[in-house]
Design a protein around this ligand. Structure first.
Ligand SMILES: C[C@@]1(CC(=O)O)C2=NC(=C\c3[nH]c(c(CCC(=O)O)c3CC(=O)O)Cc3[nH]c(c(CC(=O)O)c3CCC(=O)O)/C=C3\N/C(=C\2)[C@@H](CCC(=O)O)[C@]3(C)CC(=O)O)/[C@H]1CCC(=O)O
Ligand SMILES: NC(=O)c1ccc[n+]([C@@H]2O[C@H](COP(=O)([O-])OP(=O)(O)OC[C@H]3O[C@@H](n4cnc5c(N)ncnc54)[C@H](O)[C@@H]3O)[C@@H](O)[C@H]2O)c1
Length: 202
């Protein structure tokens, strides 16, 4: 399988999760960050998922999977501990839907990478299924390199870039400044303020 990384906005997109165990919970935690509309189909669900259900964060149908459950799904997470059921879900998935198959990734077409966020900065790591453990290890190393301070720095870069785009500065000057913002030491909040004040004049 050849995959490409893609950032996706799942807000209000119908996501059907078949199964309510450990793996379903891991996927649902990620999906909740993306504000997806989540519908869990499973005769039993873990207590954490039950509390999400009680808080109104997801819908839950307390029953076994039937093919009609997949109607209108944009994304389907196949996460039961029964291989035959998992295969049946994949077989009945509508052609338009994306599938994440936790038991055997190659049965689906979407992978979940290891990732972390620092505000607007997202860093994700995938090993193409070779070693999720290595992906997790690399992520931890990058988490140290790109620490919490990057959140504020990214907010600054966003604001500065927005001001630059709207400014009357020449195209060449804009290009030079965009490069300088990441080459020079603009992690310093004093320097950030000076730059924003300067940009606000143009
Ligand atoms: C990153 C992370 C995100 C997450 O799952 O949320 C993730 N797996 C994590 C952990 C982990 N998973 C497994 C172990 C046990 C040790 C080992 O095997 O190494 C550990 C280690 C642990 O638990 O710490 C076992 C395992 N994983 C997969 C299979 C099935 C298969 O290979 O087909 C099996 C065997 C199942 C079995 O035993 O039967 C498949 C996948 N796991 C993926 C992601 C996708 C590929 C990512 C990549 O390309 O690197 C993919 C394809 C799933 C998908 O996206 O659909 C998360 C790290 C969280 C973090 O960031 O800390
Ligand atoms: N991708 C990964 O990283 C990874 C890691 C470990 C395990 N796995 C695989 O993921 C699968 C799920 O593991 P788990 O630990 O979440 O299992 P689990 O036992 O915690 O949960 C299984 C869930 O499936 C539900 N279920 C069973 N039959 C069903 C049916 N007919 N319809 C709807 N729901 C049904 C159960 O009610 C339960 O909620 C296993 O097959 C395992 O091999 C994947």
């Amino acid at each position: 399988m050849t995959s490409i990384p893609l950032m996706i906005d799942l807000k209000n997109k119908k996501t059907v999760v078949i199964g309510g165990g450990t793996l379903a919970e891991r996927r649902i935690r990620t999906l909740l960050e993306g504000e997806a509309s989540i519908h869990v189909i499973s005769p039993e669900i873990r207590s954490t998922l039950y509390s999400f259900f009680k808080q109104g964060l997801l819908q839950w149908s307390e029953k076994k999977f039937v093919p009609g459950d997949l109607k209108d799904a944009a994304l389907i997470i196949v996460a039961t501990n029964d291989s035959e059921i998992n295969q049946s879900v994949v077989q009945h998935a509508p052609a338009h839907a994306w599938i994440n198959a936790v038991e055997r990734a190659s049965d689906g077409d979407v992978h979940f990478p290891s990732y972390f966020k620092r505000g607007r900065l997202s860093i994700s790591v995938s090993t193409g299924g070779a070693s999720p453990t290595l992906a997790s290890k690399i992520k931890k190393q990058l988490e140290e390199q790109y620490d919490d301070s990057y959140e504020a720095y990214l907010d600054f870069l966003f604001e500065a870039r927005t001001l630059l785009k709207e400014s009357s500065l020449s195209h060449e000057k804009k290009k030079t400044l965009l490069k300088q913002l990441v080459i020079e030491d603009f992690m310093d909040t004093e320097k950030q303020k000076e730059m924003l004040d300067w940009l606000n004049k143009y």
